[in-house]
Design a protein around this ligand. Structure first.
Ligand code: F6P
Length: 548
């Protein structure tokens, strides 16, 4: 059954939210706290090893009630049932959206066209497990009879960002294999990676759902040519494996069928790390840890399915995002993990969030007259504090931020951990409370500054505060908690897309540029710039031709 197509701005809740917004937009968070004694408890969700505090948001209980009313009016529950039950909710591509099935227990049943897909999911999972174990334990060997030392993942977008982010995030759990990622069609990328590799001990995993992606095929071809300069042709089958839905194309590339790890069209690229796309993860940290990642995601799926909306982490975070995006007209959201391991987390989320919800036509096919997809950005704290936090604290833009921290560090250096976490807590406190003029004056007096100096400096030292944040305090960064966190964002994306009445699971917006690049490449290669371009592009191409 198709998703409902309710324009959120036509709901009663939307009109109520608009009126309510006028009563709250000028209120300071401090005032909201003063007038709401049990605020922190009411606006904190404790679930498993997650502690999620959303009390530092510019909302009241009434805001929450109205946002939940909005979710009910667009029938979020019905959409969730369709999502988990494998209805064709990716209507524009005629596909189910079933990455959640990939982390279901073996005994469950998930139907696609009336057929339970769990047996094939587990067949592939067993294949991943066997293969990873054999590579890690040196049982599967290179063409020269050596154990593999390096793994190179060749893919882009969802076939790169998820595995790359997770391998980085779980570096603590890594085994002896060194994992590399080649994604960009920029030849300098692939050459930088291969320049120090030993072809005799390197395994290549080509990941492409379609196996037609220019970047991935170019990199795979370049790597195979380089490999064949050192190794005989028969060695290819020992060193190249592929993950794809397009078995024929993979075979055409010269990869043995036994070395193909299949995936399915009902798994979107940006949600595919749970499938065989995660093979590099399983190789890097072992299948047991890969499975724990999936277990964590499955736990978050259950939470999302069963928790009441007011205690449901993906629902609340999705609704808050709508609140800022559509009522405060905030354009971006920052994600700040206080863990260097999550260095690539925001980059990973950019594809998930922006490729999914960057849409301007609704599910009726009509042009949208309200804001959709948020711009996502971020870097780990404390590094980001020394980079862009100035703008969040004292700039003119409203940037809701999600702070993600872990109570226990992995290496156990408590001195560093306490310093890290004191920054984590201090930043959200500072963002909320700010610093008043009176406080600034007192501080400057205490420093012994003259009246004149105090007068001229004060305006620059005031912090308005009132900057909204969510705090995710998680026990420890483990494969399981990471799985929960990633799945939380997947469901947040879903909630937003349902409210905005858009199709979150297609990505036609990436195609036009690809088409034009194909035309331009032909012109560049044939040294014949046709003149069919706009004046600016034409001149750029002519200039490139003259200088390259
Ligand atoms: O960027 C567009 C896109 O289709 C993504 O959605 C996808 O993750 C990526 O390209 C890679 O596609 P493939 O896995 O088919 O090579």
């Amino acid at each position: 059954m198709a998703l409902k197509t309710i324009n959120p701005t036509n709901t009663k809740a939307w009109s109520k939210l608009q009126a309510h917004f006028k009563t709250i937009e000028d209120k300071h968070l401090n005032e909201l706290f003063e007038n709401h004694s049990n605020r922190v408890n009411e606006m904190t969700i404790r679930w498993d090893d997650f502690y999620v505090d959303f009390s530092k948001h510019r909302i009241s209980n009434e805001t929450l009630d109205l946002l939940i009313e909005l979710a009910n009016e667009v029938d979020l529950k019905d959409a969730m049932d369709k999502y988990f039950n494998g209805d064709v909710i990716n209507k524009t591509e005629g596909r189910e959206v079933l990455h959640t099935a990939l982390r279901c227990p073996e005994k469950s049943s998930v139907l696609v066209n009336g057929e339970n897909v769990m047996p094939e999911i587990f067949e592939v999972k067993h294949k991943i497990k066997n293969f990873s174990n054999k590579v890690i334990h040196g049982e599967l060997q290179s063409y020269t009879g050596q154990a593999f030392t390096d793994v190179v993942n060749i893919g882009i977008g969802g076939s790169d960002l998820g595995p790359a982010m997770v391998v980085d995030a779980l570096a603590f759990y890594k085994n002896q294999l060194t994992t590399h990622f080649v994604s960009n069609v920029d030849g300098d990328h692939v050459n930088e990676v291969i320049k120090n590799l030993n072809p005799e001990t390197t395994l290549f995993v080509i990941v492409s759902k379609t196996f037609t992606t220019q970047e991935t095929l170019s990199n795979a071809n370049t790597i195979r040519s380089w490999f064949l300069k050192h190794a005989p042709k028969e060695a290819v089958s020992k060193h190249f494996v592929a993950v794809s839905t397009n078995i024929e194309k993979v075979k055409d590339f010269g990869i043995d069928e036994a070395n193909i790890f299949p995936m399915w069209n009902w798994v979107g690229g940006r949600f595919s790390l749970w499938s065989a796309v995660g093979l590099s993860i399983s190789l890097a940290v072992g299948y047991e840890n890969f499975d724990k990642l999936l277990l964590g995601a499955n736990k978050m799926d259950s939470h999302f399915k069963t928790a009441e909306f007011d205690k449901n982490i993906p629902v609340i975070t999705g609704l808050l995002s709508v609140w800022y995006n559509n009522f405060f007209h905030a354009e971006s959201e920052a994600v700040i993990p206080y863990s260097q391991y999550l260095n690539q987390f925001a980059t990973y989320l950019q594809q998930g969030i922006m490729e999914s919800n960057g849409k301007s036509v609704d599910r009726n096919g009509d042009k949208i007259n309200y804001q959709t997809g948020t711009i996502i950005w971020g870097e780990p704290g404390t590094n980001s504090q020394h980079a862009f936090f100035q703008l969040i604290h004292q700039g003119t833009k409203l940037i809701p931020a999600e702070f993600i921290g872990f109570a226990k560090s992995l290496h156990g250096n408590q001195d560093h951990q306490d310093k890290l976490m004191s920054n984590f807590f201090a930043q959200t406190e500072a963002l909320m409370n700010g610093k008043t003029e009176t406080e600034v004056i007192q501080e400057l007096k205490a420093q012994g500054l003259s009246e004149d100096q105090i007068k001229s400096l004060t305006p620059f030292k005031v912090f308005e505060g009132n900057k909204p944040t969510t705090t995710f305090l998680i026990n420890q960064l483990t494969p399981e908690s990471l799985g929960k966190l990633i799945a939380m964002y997947e469901h947040k994306i879903f909630v937003q897309g349902i409210i905005w009445n858009i199709f979150s699971y297609d990505q036609f917006g990436v195609e036009l540029g690809k088409q034009l690049a194909t035309t331009i490449l032909k012109e560049i290669e044939s040294n014949n710039i046709t003149g069919a371009h706009d004046a600016s592009t034409q001149q750029l191409l002519d200039y490139y031709k003259s200088v390259k």
